[in-house]
Design a protein around this ligand. Structure first.
Ligand code: ZN
Length: 685
């Protein structure tokens, strides 16, 4: 669970100073390379650049290429996991976009295309962040026309279904607000499983699921020190006798068609691996996809985390559990990347000093790690994204997730520099900081130090934050249930926030002076108190774990610092601004809260977690919410961003690959249609 979608907070207020010229990518100049290629609803689509590509050997390029094909082959899986109707809806959209013979200039058609674009962006019919179902802004009658005037033979029919039946069913799936209303349901007190549209459970209640997995955890043969991630790679259903059974994601099991394709490309990747260690973990991953065995998954992760020598690396598997209301079942995702040697130096310095940071953290000695193991940290250039990482992406990753592997074997921590750079470039002049920043001084800090301090905060969050601390004997993550993700992200954020202001950071050369961290502090607090509200619909509460965590931290510090006026809300011309009066004291508050949050995590204190999250991380002041939305609306900025992948151009000499180059597409819809066709393996249900 230690993966980071600090994601797109960056996107809200980033202004990049020009002191990052050393990172200016080699392809074109900032002026000529268009980062933003599409804009619809609350979303902006960008391209990312893959620099230093030609410094890879041909064999390394081949490796990246094969891994990237493997990254695309799981496309169907994420759609089907998000909701069982998604593949049918996607097939319907594709057929309409491909064959509709009516007017494609009309306002209705444009609205239908907005729906299609949003659907692709979310890998399904629920908002990728908010989890609510969204709807096309057209009438059912018009949708009926779209169906009728497309190639009616090519819709995704189920066996024996005729057009009329199909049209009725698909219209209901798309338009009926009661059908699959919420992807991941999180209101404590109601059944989280039956109220979620996510496709991890079928005909199973929360109580049954909890019972099933607690029995599994207690079964004979389990090593309590090294627990398997039960349930990670399966759907929980009932058989014809009403008994609970898992359908495992593997070749010969659930998603077999797509997994076979993934394995086909992984096999090719193994044949051009950079070294034996890399080859070994790719082959182990193949074993896992064949068997679905969770012990093999752990074995694979150990091999993967120990491979720190290879330049090219990847993530490929059922990994993150954010979408499961029970925090147990993983969505499929993939990233292909290679090391950014220049920028990795920063992360290496942090890693080399990991023990110092752990020893000096403001956390009770009981909950600290005596020995921090190999936090391998690097900055990477992303070359391809797939599954749950596409088109909406993380900007940093810290894996593997199993706590015991992290403790005994360490973890890999990466910052996705080229994605962050694209975000920053896209946001250079969006005007949001000018609108929301309280003073010229704050803006100046942002311009000077915003980009470097943001990057550093992500590094600290990833390299140190998630890896820090230890659980008390016998305590497991699952005790915190639906609050686990929020507490875990808060822990990592607080660790990074506490340390980014430490004199040690300047001493290590990670920031230029004792002022630079303030850019990050200001931005964090402003975002947590105000800016992120823009991403939530009026009347809703905060549900997403990272957003809850940021609200929790900012509001807790605001409240606890009130007596000393650490953070102040200022009103000017009817607008709310945030002013930080005392940065030293704010740092101390971060430290204090880190101590509390770590204790909650280490002791598995569900009631304390619930109290902390529900008090500070969920509710929204409706007046402030409205103000933030209105001020943003005037700026017309998309609150969410995502990416298209670059495309490979493979030059062959007979069967032999002579060279592979990259092309940066400019058409989002085309990439979606191409992928839907080329990487469609699972029959629609
Ligand atoms: Zn994180």
């Amino acid at each position: 669970m230690n993966y980071l979608k600090i994601a797109i907070m960056i996107l809200l207020v980033s202004v990049v100073s020009c002191n990052r010229k050393e990172n200016a990518p080699a392809v074109g100049t900032n002026d000529t390379f268009e980062f933003v290629i599409d804009r619809f609803a609350d979303i902006e689509i960008m391209r990312y650049r893959v620099d230093d590509w030609d410094q890879l050997s041909l064999k390394q390029k081949e490796l990246v290429y094969y891994l990237s094909q493997a990254a695309l082959c799981g496309r169907d899986i994420i759609y089907d996991q998000n909701c069982r109707y998604n593949l049918r809806v996607r097939g319907t959209i594709d057929n309409i976009v491909g064959t509709y013979s009516g007017d494609r200039q009309s306002e209705d058609w444009q609205q239908f295309m907005v729906y299609a674009k949003r659907f692709w962006f979310s890998n399904g019919m629920h908002h990728h962040y908010g989890n609510d179902k969204f709807f096309p802004d057209i009438t059912k009658e018009y949708f009926g026309t779209l169906l009728a005037q497309s190639d009616t033979a090519s819709f995704p029919y189920t066996d024996g279904e005729n057009f009329k039946q199909f049209a009725k069913t698909i219209t209901d799936i798309i338009f009926n607000p009661k059908v699959a209303a919420k992807r991941t349901f999180q209101d404590t007190g109601k059944d989280l499983v039956t109220n979620s549209a996510v496709n991890f459970y079928e005909g199973v209640s929360q109580k049954e699921a909890e019972g099933f997995y607690s029995r599994l955890a207690m079964a004979d043969g389990n090593d309590p020190q090294r627990p398997l991630s039960h349930g990670l790679n399966s759907k929980l259903c009932k058989n014809e006798n009403g008994e609970l059974v898992e359908q495992v994601y593997r070749i010969g099991g659930l998603y077999s068609e797509a997994i076979s394709q993934i394995v086909y490309w992984l096999d090719k990747a193994a044949s051009v691996a950079e070294n034996d260690a890399q080859k070994e973990h790719i082959l182990k991953l193949i074993d896992y996809y064949k068997s679905g065995n969770l012990q093999t998954w752990d074995d694979y992760n150990i091999l993967w985390v120990q491979d720190t020598k290879s330049l090219v690396d990847y993530v490929n598997g059922f990994i993150e559990v954010y979408t499961d209301p029970m925090g147990r079942k993983a969505t499929w995702e993939a990233v292909v990347d290679y090391k950014d040697l220049k920028n990795s130096r920063r992360a290496e310095i942090i890693s080399q000093n990991a023990q110092w940071f752990e020893d000096h953290s403001p956390v009770d000695a009981l909950y600290k790690k005596k020995v921090v193991k190999g936090v391998e940290a690097k900055v990477i250039t992303v070359a391809h994204l797939g599954g749950d990482c596409y088109p909406s992406t993380p900007i940093g990753i810290n894996l593997p997730n199993a706590n015991w592997i992290r403790k005994e074997h360490g973890s890999k921590s990466v910052t996705m520099e080229n994605l962050m750079y694209a975000y920053a470039q896209a946001r250079l002049k969006n005007g949001s900081s000018q609108e929301f920043y309280e003073s010229k001084d704050d803006l100046e800090l942002l311009e000077k130090y915003g980009y470097i301090s943001d990057n550093l905060q992500v590094d600290l969050h990833e390299c140190l934050g998630h890896g820090s601390g230890q659980m008390l004997h016998g305590v497991s993550d699952s005790l915190l249930k639906n609050y686990h993700s929020t507490i875990e992200e808060a822990r990592a954020d607080l660790f990074s926030l506490y340390y980014i202001a430490d004199p040690k950071i300047v001493e290590l050369g990670l920031l230029p002076n004792n002022e630079a961290y303030k850019a990050c502090y200001y931005k964090y607090i402003l975002n947590g108190l105000m800016l992120q509200l823009n991403r939530i619909n009026l009347g809703d509460q905060i549900t997403e774990a990272h957003m809850r965590n940021r609200a929790l931290i900012a509001r807790w510090c605001f409240e606890k610092g009130e007596e000393d006026n650490v953070i102040e809300k200022v009103t000017r011309d009817g607008k709310t601004y945030i002013k930080i009066n005392n940065y030293d004291k704010l740092r101390k508050l971060f430290g204090r809260l880190l101590g509390e949050i770590q204790k909650i995590k280490s002791t598995g204190d569900y009631e304390a977690a619930k109290d902390m999250v529900e008090t500070y991380g969920v509710r929204i002041d409706p007046v402030l919410h409205k103000e933030v939305k209105q001020r943003y609306e005037a700026l017309n900025i998309a609150p969410y961003g995502g990416f298209v992948n670059p495309e490979f151009v493979v030059t062959k000499d007979g069967d032999k690959i002579k060279d592979i180059s990259l092309r940066y597409p400019t058409n989002y819809v085309q990439q979606m249609l191409d992928y839907d066709k080329q990487f469609h393996f699972i029959k629609q249900k």
